[in-house]
Design a binder for this molecule. Structure first.
Ligand code: COA
Length: 162
């Protein structure tokens, strides 16, 4: 089957909540996907998995984790805000619409949690992620200087939901 008939990815993989047992594979994917100054540490993953088991969802091809996203939500000043904290796809699986599927699923997860605003950040020169966000109704709302430990700035996005 050829592109785009092979999509949607929902037919191939399904995002499922991660468990502590997924930690080694998640760390390996994190190392593959992010430069040193942007990776989540083992401690952060452990804390997230313990605190909010539904917050990290993974995609598996057989036993291999090929992508994940992290979302969280909270009420601030009367607004229920959702954050897309991280999203990554394994090198060998990029360019097949999996990132788009993960982002779509992250958005629908936050929608189902009742948020009225979704926020996302990415490094100012992360072309792949900027392109991906551009395919959804995210608007650029600003930038955060030195957001990453590497010293890079972020570009900040928001999507308002009706
Ligand atoms: C950003 C990231 C998640 C995108 O994942 P991905 O699975 O490659 O994303 P997609 O396949 O949905 O889209 C990537 C490109 O492939 C194209 N594409 C989609 N389906 C395709 C297919 N079946 N065949 C060929 N190309 C396809 C898309 O048009 C898109 O092109 P564009 O970006 O030039 O517009 C991935 O690059 C990644 O993990 N990067 C490292 C981690 C990172 O920086 N994450 C963001 C942190 S904020």
């Amino acid at each position: 089957m050829t592109f785009p008939e092979s999509l949607p990815q929902e037919n191939r993989f399904t995002a499922i909540p991660a468990t502590l047992g997924d930690l080694p594979d998640l760390l390996a994917l994190e190392e593959e996907a992010f430069p040193t100054g942007e990776r989540w540490s083992e401690d952060i993953f452990k804390e997230e998995l313990a605190r909010r088991p539904e917050g990290i969802k993974i995609l598996k091809d057989g036993n291999k984790i090929i992508g994940y996203f992290e979302v969280e939500h909270e009420s601030r000043d009367g607004i229920h805000v959702g954050d897309i904290g991280s999203i990554a796809v394994s090198n060998d699986y990029r360019g097949q619409g999996i990132g788009e599927y993960l982002l779509k699923t992250a958005i629908s997860t936050l929608k189902s949690q009742g948020v009225s605003l979704i926020r996302a950040k990415t490094r100012y020169n992360n072309v792949e992620m900027l392109n991906l966000l551009g395919r959804f109704e995210f608007k650029r709302v600003g930038a955060t200087p030195n957001y990453y430990r590497s010293g890079h700035d972020s570009v900040d996005f928001e999507m308002r939901l009706r």
